[in-house]
Design a protein around this ligand. Structure first.
Ligand code: PGA
Length: 248
């Protein structure tokens, strides 16, 4: 079973979210994958309560604060996100790191907060084009991974990793299946060393960055790729379900 996750970013308000779920039709292959959607926070309740939502599609929140409550204007705490219907939390998405200046230390605090309230963190890592050109892919993604690994033990709790090269996000540039496999193998080797083989094998690594129906089969078939995190192509229910059907 692959994991097919849709990150809507700042798209699809409550009305459009309901329309998405009403339009989503899953064939047997798509329905047998683990399906996640990350709506904007303001659309979470509409998505959670939407009578048309196939209950097999689980929900997550795109961003959380590490405190449970307080004077943090504009932020969302984990208990609130859980109450609104989220079971997963994206943490460390490259737009949070690069547009909003989120640090590795803040990403680690957010992972801790998600775990305190039993949300499954989806930890995103990835290098910029400059870092790739300077041959620093492994150094960067391992630094980002190491910043959160202390939160996990050999047995628990569940988390997902997502490798999202910054240069491939929203640009139409996709990593080749070989690029994705190489980065995923680097991450998996670190999981093996730190958490042990059995636990590492239970920790899926998703690829994200310009995944579309046309390239989903090749990416999902690449070695070490356990699923995909889809931005733009997840806004349309037809292309989201086509990507899910492309999983083997
Ligand atoms: P994209 O975004 O598919 O639009 O490139 C992926 C992501 O940022 O999660």
């Amino acid at each position: 079973m692959a994991i097919i996750a849709g990150n809507w970013k700042m798209h699809l308000g409550p009305t459009e979210a309901r329309r998405f779920f009403a339009g989503l039709s899953l064939d047997a292959r798509a329905a047998s994958q683990e399906l996640l959607i990350f709506p904007p926070t303001v659309s979470l309740v509409a998505a959670a309560e939407c009578p048309d939502r196939d209950a097999r599609v689980q929900l997550g929140v795109q961003n959380i604060h590490w405190e449970d409550a307080g004077a943090y204007t504009g932020e969302t705490s984990v208990p609130m996100a859980a109450d609104a219907g989220a079971s997963f939390a994206l943490v460390g998405h490259s737009e949070r790191r690069h547009v909003f200046g989120e640090s590795d230390a803040q990403v680690a605090l957010k992972v801790g907060a998600a775990l305190r309230h039993s949300l499954v963190p989806v930890v995103c890592v990835g290098e910029t084009l400059e870092e790739r050109r300077a041959d620093r892919v492994a150094e960067v993604i391992l630094r980002q991974l190491d910043a959160v690994l202390g939160a996990f033990t050999e047995d628990e709790p569940r988390f997902l990793l997502a490798y999202e090269p910054v240069w491939a996000i929203g640009t139409g540039e996709t990593a080749t299946p070989e690029d994705a496999s190489a980065a995923h193998s680097t991450l998996r080797a670190r999981l093996d060393e730190t958490l042990g083989l059995a636990r590492a094998a239970r920790t899926p690594i998703l690829y994200g960055g310009s995944v579309k129906p046309a390239n989903a089969r090749d990416l999902l078939g690449a070695a070490e790729v356990d699923g995909v995190l889809v931005g733009g192509a997840s806004l349309d229910p037809v292309s989201f379900s086509e990507i899910a059907s492309a999983a083997g």
